[in-house]
Design a protein around this ligand. Sequence first.
Ligand code: NAD
Ligand code: TDX
Length: 347
Amino acid sequence: MRPILADRTLPRLHGVQHVLVTGGAGFIGANFVHHLLSHTDAVVTVLDKLTYAANEAALAELPADRCLLVVGDVADASIVDPLVAEHDTVVHFAAESHNDNSLDDPAPFVQTNLVGTFTILEAVRRTGARMHHVSTDEVYGDLELDDPKRFTEDTPYQPSSPYSASKAGSDHLVRAWVRSFGVAATISNCSNNYGPWQHIEKFIPRQITNVLDGGRPKLYGTGANVRDWIHVDDHSSAVQTILERGRIGETYLIGADGEKSNLEVVRLILRLMGRSEDDFDHVTDRAGHDLRYAIESGKLRLELGWEPTYQDFEAGLAQTIEWYREHEDWWRPHKEATEAGYAAKGQ
Ligand code: NAD
Ligand code: TDX
């Protein structure tokens, strides 16, 4: 697809779903657009502000008759309202997504994640479009390392960072619009994603590109913190499943039983890339750093029949390392500034 900064829309085709994907130029959104185009007949409009986190290149080869990029802000009703009116379904990925950035400057997180979600909700309230809201397991706060419990759909909200608080607030807005106004929405809260097109500010791509650069991975604090990893393709198939079979008003947790400590992940990256497993640095810890996330995804699996495809984290990680090796021209221009930002904070 040649991205078009357009005021046009894709032609209406009888019987074909028209899907508006907000944040569709971001890491997960772009992977989802690829997934949707290859697994359905849908035509897709991406609404994306193209912030520093966007990947226009990820959309470049999609067919122009099935995917259109509109550059704009999800918090701008003058753009959102007419676009939503043209679509049957809205899948809402657009967000400021990086915890560390939310500690440096929370303002865009409140604006995009809260006001943006409000703007989308008001538009779907008017048109009756089906909406799916993409959220995070971080809304539930964190678990102790030795706690046998995992997050479920009934876990109380207890977000720690400005990012997770803004996502928690956006979930509450969606729930209120479902109950008060009958908006036809579902919500999913997913664990940590990895895979192609993830910005190199994030943990796994940062460490892979550090090693590709001949440098050392940077581990916050002790590295004991646990994240529950899922391949981005499995997140995409879960969202598609919820769109097709999810019950309106319900929340579904998405996870693939991928709990690993950050230390384990760094050691695995080093081993897969042919370096000593001890070749990393401990750096300044993140303020308020959540200890452990873990998802119990039984509702999605039992009720909707979803299963993850990537059962082997090491194999998925090896594939991801190869992707970053082969796409240096994409990440290279951002590496120096990203690392300079971290270095200024002792990270
Ligand atoms: P990302 O930062 O890679 O991409 C976000 C995209 O949203 C970018 O293309 C950006 O340009 C766009 N965007 C930002 N502000 C916008 C605005 N005001 N208007 C329009 N577009 C805007 O994020 P991601 O990792 O792909 O996350 C996507 C969604 O999934 C987010 O809602 C995030 O909370 C959620 N999520 C992410 C993870 C993860 O591991 N990355 C896990 C669970 C849930
Ligand atoms: O250099 C690093 N070293 C390090 O040890 C970085 C960038 C991170 N970390 C740690 C912090 C976390 O414990 O690695 C873990 C993962 O960090 P991030 O990639 O920043 O992800 P996290 O904060 O867990 O949030 C991610 O998952 C949930 C996404 O960024 C969110 O958008 C999603 O909601």
